[in-house]
Write a new protein. Structure first.
Length: 413
């Protein structure tokens, strides 16, 4: 019992530190809403011009994902974190130099996106995958819960700094607040994650870069990417329109915003509970069940008449699934693909989902603009959820081997 407790105390700080790393990488995205009014008012930009920085971020992430992921697989997450934290701090601080030129703003966004890719989610997730075999689902969920934590803390931190020192100094203040804490924690707690130089050498020998195309063209990768893309588009299409959906049914702005705000809390609940369930239950039926939950949300919203109970039920389920899908995808990649290319595959998958998720809000907004109602989107959720669930349910799964590079990958059940 003493030995087990010692192992637990030695390993579990790592997911918590990795979660903090994940929180830092999300600082620009989750704080930008607080800066939007300040910058658009001062420089006369439209909100679309300001927000185009996010499009730049997504495109850079998509381009850089295979290269950064491969680098993480080669040198290990500890070295990558220690190399990338300071450049990331510099990149975030650069936003404080904005002078009113929208091209300069976009240029800074491009540079910051390049530097931010060095401490993307793959660094922190890879660190946990390297260390955890038992309780891997819960450990991954702890790291990925960083997105919910980031949603909660960065708007508050940004608002505080803007009020105290102005928006220009707030960017470097945010960078220092995170970076000066993260550097020593990464140095102390990531010691065993690289597993020595042998792991990096083995990764290079096992999966040469040119052979990754066999993984990307495999049925497992394509099915998982399509399922995740559809599901991400579906959930974000609802998340960004929740307040107007509730207002359209008669709720006040305050009530609608308050209920919609519950999604962040239940996203964290969804991540942690799904991670625990992944360690306890068979992967396939659990994944199918979660990917079918939007059917319940669709039914609730189609019958929504302004009832607070119905709105809260829909938000609870939506928050849960918006946290759970990331756990499932990360877990399937960790369990089913060659560990030598985990970060490479995971980085590309996250980039694909980031691009696809931006389609959902556009689709739901276009449906409302055309019909004056979101009902068609609620109906469209039904085939979207069914297709995503079928794709997850039909991914080849085996328990006796990992995915070879040149053969069809088989994801562990």
């Amino acid at each position: 019992m003493t030995t087990a407790r010692a192992e637990w105390s030695a390993m579990w700080p790592l997911p918590l530190v990795s979660m903090l790393g994940y929180v830092g990488g999300a600082s620009f995205a989750y704080s930008s809403g607080v800066f939007m009014q300040e910058l658009t008012s001062e420089f006369g930009w439209s909100r679309a011009q300001f927000s185009a920085a996010f499009t730049i971020h997504s495109l850079v992430a998509l381009i850089m994902a295979p290269f950064i992921g491969r680098l993480i697989d080669r040198i290990g997450p500890r070295k990558m974190a220690l190399i990338g934290i300071v450049p990331f701090m510099v990149g975030l601080s650069l936003f404080g130099l904005a002078d009113g030129s929208i091209w300069q703003w976009w240029g800074i966004a491009f540079v910051q996106a390049l530097l931010a890719s060095m401490i993307g989610g793959a660094v922190w997730v890879k660190a946990v995958v390297t260390r955890f075999k038992a309780s891997r689902g819960l450990a991954l969920a702890t790291v990925l819960a960083g997105s919910g934590v980031a949603t909660t803390i960065w708007p508050v931190v940004a608002a505080y700094y803007i009020a105290e020192i102005g928006w220009r100094m707030s960017y470097p203040a945010m960078a220092l607040s995170w970076g000066l804490l993260m550097l020593p924690l990464a140095w102390l707690f990531f010691v065993d994650t690289d597993n020595g130089e042998k792991q990096a050498v083995q990764a290079r020998k096992t999966v040469p870069l040119g052979e990754l195309r066999h993984v990307y063209l495999s049925r497992s990768f394509i099915s998982l990417a399509l399922a995740g893309a559809i599901f991400s588009a579906l959930t974000l299409g609802l998340l960004l329109h929740l307040v107007p959906i509730f207002q359209g049914a008669g709720l006040s702005l305050t009530s609608a915003a308050g209920i919609a705000g519950l999604t962040g809390i239940f996203a964290i609940v969804g991540r942690l509970s799904t991670g625990l369930l992944l360690d306890l239950l068979p992967t396939r039926p659990l994944a199918i069940g979660i990917f079918l939950l939007p059917l319940v949300i669709s039914a609730l919203l189609l019958s929504f008449d302004g009832s607070l109970a119905t709105a809260i039920a829909a938000v609870v389920i939506l928050g849960f699934v918006s946290g759970a899908d990331g756990d499932i995808i990360a877990y399937l990649i960790a369990k089913g693909f060659d560990p030598g290319v985990f970060a490479t595959i995971y980085s590309l998958m996250v980039a694909i989902l980031s691009i696809s998720s931006s389609v959902g809000p556009i689709l739901s907004g276009a449906i409302f603009d055309h019909s004056g109602s979101y009902d068609l989107y609620f109906l469209a959720m039904i085939p979207m959820a069914l297709v995503a669930a079928i794709l997850v349910g039909t991914i080849p799964m085996r328990t006796d081997e990992r995915v070879p590079t040149r053969n069809t990958p088989q994801i562990g059940s």
